[in-house]
Design a binder for this molecule. Sequence first.
Ligand SMILES: *Cc1c(COP(=O)(O)O)cnc(C)c1O
Ligand SMILES: [Zn+2]
Length: 424
Amino acid sequence: MSFVRGLKCRECGRVYPTSPIYVCEFCFGSLEVDYDYDQIKKTLTRDKIENGPRSLWRYRELLPIDGEPTVGLYSGFTPLVKASQLARVLGVKELYIKDDTVCHPTLSFKDRVVSVALTKAREFGFDTVACASTGNLANAVSAHGAKAGFKRFIFIPSDLELTKILGSLVYEPNLVAVKGNYDDVNRLCAEIAGKYRWAFVNVNIRPYYAEGSKSFGFEIAEQLGWRTPAHVIVPAASGSLLTKIWKAFKEFEKLELIEPVRSKMHVAQPEGCSPISTMIQNRSEVMKPVKPKTIAKSLAIGNPADGYYAKDVVCQSGGAAETAGDQEIIDAIKLLAATEGIFSETAGGVTLACAKKLIQKGLIGPHESIVISITGQGLKTQEAIQHHLAKPFLIQPNLSSFEEHVDFPEKKPFLSQEGAKSCR
Ligand SMILES: *Cc1c(COP(=O)(O)O)cnc(C)c1O
Ligand SMILES: [Zn+2]
C-alpha cells in the first residue's frame, strides 16, 4: 500500500519513477517525493492517526515507503511540552517546546529521517548505507543501521564533539573522520556516491530521507489539538527540516485535517554560520557560502543544500531570520534547563536564543502561540558548556562538613536548635 506517485523536480516539475536518484536530469533541480493526495484523503482521518503506533510511523500514509516500516519502530512521537516557566521569563502567554532531545534511540530528530531513509534503502535492495554528517546523522545511521543489519560507512568532519564520535563508534560502523569541514565531507561523499552502489542517506536517497522530517511537523499539529501554532522557530543546517515542517502543515491542510495554515516559520542559525539567515536579513536573492566558526557544530553547514527553499518558506509564511552568538547559545541552553528541565545541545541553544530575540523585537507577539523546535540532546555537546556552569559543593562525608560548605535557607534555624538537643 503506497500513495507515492514518484519523484518530482522542485524546479521544473518533471516527474521520475521512484528510484534512488536525487537530481533532475534536465535542470539539475533537486527531486522531491510526490503523493496522490486524493487517494490519501479517502482513507486518512484524525482518528486513524490517533490510533496508530506511538512513533513517526503513525503518519505512514504521508511517508514514502511501499511496504511496512522496518526501521525506527520506536522513533519519533516525542513530547510537546507546555513551557509555562520559560514563557514567564520570556514574557509570552502560550509557549511549547517540541522536545526531540528524547527521540529514540540516538536523542536527536535525525532518528526520524534515518528511520525513513533506511526503510527505503531496504526496499531498494541496498545492503550498505552511508552518510555525510555533522554528528547527529552519524549517530542515527550508525545505530539504526546496526539494528537493521546494514553495512555502514559514516563520514564526519574530524573535529566533532567527543560524544558525537563515541556515539557513532559504539555501534561499530566504518567511521571515517575527514580532515576538513562538513562541506568538504559532503563534496567527497557526492563523489563516493557516484562510484559505489551504496544508499547515501543524504545524497542519492535524500528525497526519501528528507520526508522523515515532516513527522516533526505532523506531531506539532496533532499534539496542539489539530492546529498549527502562530509561530515556529526552527534551527537550520541544510535548511531541510524547516521546509519539511512547513510541508507537513500544508499536507494536513490539504487533507482537511486542520484549518488553513497561518503559521510564521522563523529560521535560527548561529552567528558563525548563518548563510540562510544572513541572506534573508539582507533581503538578498543570493546565498553566500561561509566557512563555519561556531560551537553549534550540528548546524555548521557553510553551503546549505536547501538554503533557497528555506528562505522561500520563511518569506512566504511571513516569518523572520535570526542569529545567535556563542555566549547567547550557552546562556539559552542554561535557561532552558533551569526553567523547563530540558537539556538541549548547542542547536537548541541557537533556537531558543533566536526565539528570545524575535520576541524582544516584537516579531513574535506575547499573546500568540509559539513552538520552539529543540532538535538534539545536551549530553552530546558537553564541551560547549562545561566551563560555564557552577562547580559542585565538595565536602567530607559528615554532617558538619555538609553544613560548613553548603549554603541553604533552612541552615540557620537548624543550627540554632542547640536548645532542642540539650533537652535529651
Ligand atoms: C541536522 C540538525 C539540524 C538541522 O537540520 P537540517 O534539516 O539540515 O536543516 C538541527 N538540529 C540538529 C540537532 C541537527 O542535528
Ligand atoms: Zn527539473
